[in-house]
Design a protein around this ligand. Structure first.
Ligand code: SF4
Length: 357
C-alpha cells in the first residue's frame, strides 16, 4: 500500500486497517484521540501505543502539511488563512469569531467547476477535489494556531461545491462529529450547495443531522441560468422539489440563501415568485447583499432595495434574515474567496502577497 495521510481515514477505515494487522480495536480510538484531541502530527509522540503499532503506522501512513502562506485579519476580527498544499495549490479558510460562536468556513475543492457569476472561487475553473485530510487539516490548523480556539460551528462555504466532492466531505464531517475526534455536533455543521440535486438526494439518506444550506439567488430560471450555470442542469423547480423531498425524509429544516444584486433579483416580482416557490414547507431564508467582485459587472444592492425586498417578502408571510457581511475588507466574505492558479516560480504568489498582506 502506498503511504497515505492518516487523516484520510475515518475511524471505521482505521479499525478495518488495524484488524487486518492483528491490532486491537481500541487502538483506533487511541490514534483518533492523539490526532484530533491532542493534535499529534507524528507517530512517535503517540506514547501509549506499542512500538510495534507505531512502526506499522509509520510504514503505512504519514502526516501531510498545510503550509501557511499568509494570514490576514479584518477590522471585524474575521481571519483569512491562505494555505499551500503538497502540490502547490492554494486554498483559503476563514475563521469568523463572534460573541456567541466561532465559525470556521472551509474550502472543499481547489477551484470550482460551477462558475457562478457572482463568485470569485470559480473564475479560474476547477483543479481538483480536496482530500479528507486536506479538509480536516484546515480545522486542526486553526485550532492549534489560534491557541485552541473553541470552534463551535463548521460551514462548508469556502471555495468549491461540497456535494461535488461528496465522499471526502462526508468522511470529514464524520471525523468532525466523532466523540473520539473533534466532537462537533452534526447540527453545528453546515453543508452548503449551489443545488446539486443528486448530492441532496444522497445526503437525505445518510442519517446525519447536518444542516444543509441551498443557494437560490434567483426566483426564476431565466435569471438563475444567467448567474448560476448549474441551473441548466438542475432547474429551480426540480431543485425545490428535491428540497421538499429532503425535508420530508429527514425532517431537517433547510436554509435557503439568496444573494441580493442591484437591479437584478430583488424586485416585487422576484418577491412574489420566491414566496410562491417556498410556500408550504419549513425553511429559513437568508438574504445576503452581494459583495463586489472586481471581475463581475454586478453591483451590491442599495439599502432601499434590500429593505423593500425583505418587506415585500414579510407581507407575503416569508420571514427572512439579513446577513451582515464579515471580512469584506480582506476579501473573506461570501463569494470573495479565490482559487489561485499554481505558483510556478512563485510569481503568482508574489503578486498575491502584494494584495494579501
Ligand atoms: S458559489 Fe459555490 S458553486 Fe458557485 S462558483 Fe462559488 S464556490 Fe462554486
Amino acid at each position: 500500500m502506498k503511504k497515505q495521510d492518516i487523516r484520510n481515514f475515518s475511524q471505521e477505515d482505521l479499525l478495518r486497517f488495524l484488524q487486518g494487522k492483528n491490532q486491537k480495536a481500541f487502538n483506533a480510538t487511541q490514534i483518533f484521540s492523539w490526532i484530533y484531541k491532542k493534535g499529534a502530527e507524528d507517530f512517535d509522540s503517540m506514547s501509549d501505543l506499542s512500538l510495534e503499532l507505531r512502526q506499522i503506522l509509520k510504514k503505512n501512513f504519514y502526516f501531510s502539511k498545510l503550509i501557511v502562506e499568509a494570514i490576514k485579519e479584518s477590522r471585524d476580527g474575521t481571519k483569512k488563512i491562505l494555505f499551500k498544499l503538497e502540490d502547490s495549490s492554494l486554498i483559503e479558510t476563514v475563521l469568523i469569531p463572534s460573541k456567541e460562536r466561532n465559525t470556521i468556513c472551509l474550502s472543499s475543492q481547489v477551484g470550482c467547476r460551477f462558475s457562478c457569476k457572482f463568485c470569485a472561487s470559480g473564475i479560474k475553473g476547477f483543479k481538483r477535489n480536496l482530500s479528507t485530510a486536506e479538509i480536516v487539516s484546515q480545522v486542526l490548523f486553526v485550532k492549534k494556531y489560534f491557541f485552541n480556539v473553541q470552534l463551535t460551528h463548521i460551514v462548508f462555504m469556502g471555495t468549491g461545491e461540497p456535494l461535488d466532492n461528496y465522499e471526502n466531505v462526508l468522511r470529514a464531517v464524520r471525523i468532525f462529529n466523532s466523540t473520539y475526534a473533534l466532537n462537533i455536533g452534526a447540527r453545528r455543521i453546515t453543508i452548503s450547495t449551489s443545488g446539486v440535486i443528486s448530492g441532496i438526494k444522497k445526503l437525505a439518506k445518510e442519517n446525519l443531522q447536518v444542516e444543509i444550506s441551498v443557494s437560490l439567488h434567483a426566483s426564476d430560471n431565466k435569471i438563475r441560468n444567467n448567474i448560476m450555470p448549474i441551473n441548466k442542469k438542475y432547474p429551480l423547480q426540480d431543485l425545490i422539489r428535491a428540497c421538499r423531498q429532503y425535508f420530508l425524509l429527514t425532517k431537517r429544516q433547510i436554509t435557503f440563501e439568496y444573494i441580493l444584486i442591484h437591479n437584478l433579483n430583488c424586485t416585487l416580482d422576484d418577491a412574489k415568485r420566491l414566496s410562491f416557490l417556498l410556500k408550504g414547507f419549513d425553511f429559513k431564508l437568508n438574504l445576503i447583499p452581494y459583495n463586489k467582485i472586481a471581475e463581475f459587472n454586478f453591483e451590491p444592492p442599495i439599502k432601499l432595495e434590500v429593505l423593500f425586498f425583505q418587506n415585500q417578502l414579510s407581507k407575503m408571510g416569508i420571514k427572512s434574515t439579513l446577513r451582515l457581511p464579515r471580512g469584506t475588507d480582506i476579501n473573506a466574505a461570501c463569494g470573495q474567496l479565490r482559487f489561485y492558479a499554481e505558483t510556478k516560480n512563485n510569481t503568482n504568489l508574489r503578486e498575491l502577497h502584494t494584495n494579501f498582506r
